[in-house]
Write a protein that binds this ligand. Sequence first.
Ligand code: NDP
Length: 309
Amino acid sequence: MSLRILSGRPFAEAIQAEVAAEVAAIKARGGPVPCLAVVRVGEDPASAVYVGSKVRTTEELGMLSEHLHFDENVSQQQVVKAVTQLNERDDVDGILVQLPLPKHLNEREILELIDPEKDVDGFHPVNTGHLMQGYDSLVPCTPAGVIELLKRSGVEIAGKHAVVVGRSNIVGKPMSMLLLQENATVTICHSRTKDLPAVTRSADILVAAMGRAGFITAEHIGDGATVIDVGINKLTDASQARELFPPEIADKRVSSIGEKGSTLIGDVDQKAAYQKAGAFTPVPGGVGLLTVAMLMKNTVKAAKMRRAI
Ligand code: NDP
């Protein structure tokens, strides 16, 4: 069976073009320009890269952005004050607090403080509650991106067996709810699932969101399944890279380890996916690209809903 590589790039570009067109239309009507505020604490290098990309893309699509960067030692009170002020400002449509936060901060209190109407990450209990009840809401960007990718690449979801490995509030649980909304029959797996390979093998659509490099192997994948790899992990061992990547990719990945010290890999053994899957999202270049695109879409959606523009 031939494998379809589901690259995220064309879909991410299409979504961003749609957002840019919507922003232009709002401006043409004399409406306010949607604005995304991003709060970042400390110097985590990955967070800095993610926030940079979010702010840059917001501006590229014609929207406004604000980047509030706090020192690692900022107090809970200072972050609470900043989020409260963003909540109160009418010109701010979306508020995103980049995770993870330093350990001394109360992440839950901060996320629950964000006005649900401005909660573009979709993590507030009001929005997760609406998702659970099947109402339109601001939905977490990564799982929302997976649904867009499946739909836009013509993968049928209704009536299919979707298995999600991982039950986090950020990916696994909202992913499962969205697949259910699309009328899949959904199974959620986690670290206590018994005989995981038997469960995942029965999936028409398998979503891996565990944070374990190359964990999903050939024994986990049913013939011809659509395999969505959400994981983002760093691989530093060249011999492991030879095992986990198909020969046509392995050389490049091994030299990347030699040059940069690591290469990115998802939760799926790519060699196994190439052998057994019918369709597969690569890492990098798959689901990750859609996350920022969906954040942009959520920002315009939040602006339109709250300000009736
Ligand atoms: P979490 O660590 O919060 O959750 C991991 C989940 O995987 C848990 O529910 C855990 O089960 C489950 N799990 C771990 N080990 C096993 C196992 N051996 N068998 C079955 N289930 C297992 O991670 P996140 O959900 O935040 O992220 C998952 C991955 O997705 C990470 O690699 C992350 O980097 C990536 N990610 C990618 C994004 C993107 O834009 N592409 C965005 C967000 C995340 P249990 O609950 O029992 O502990």
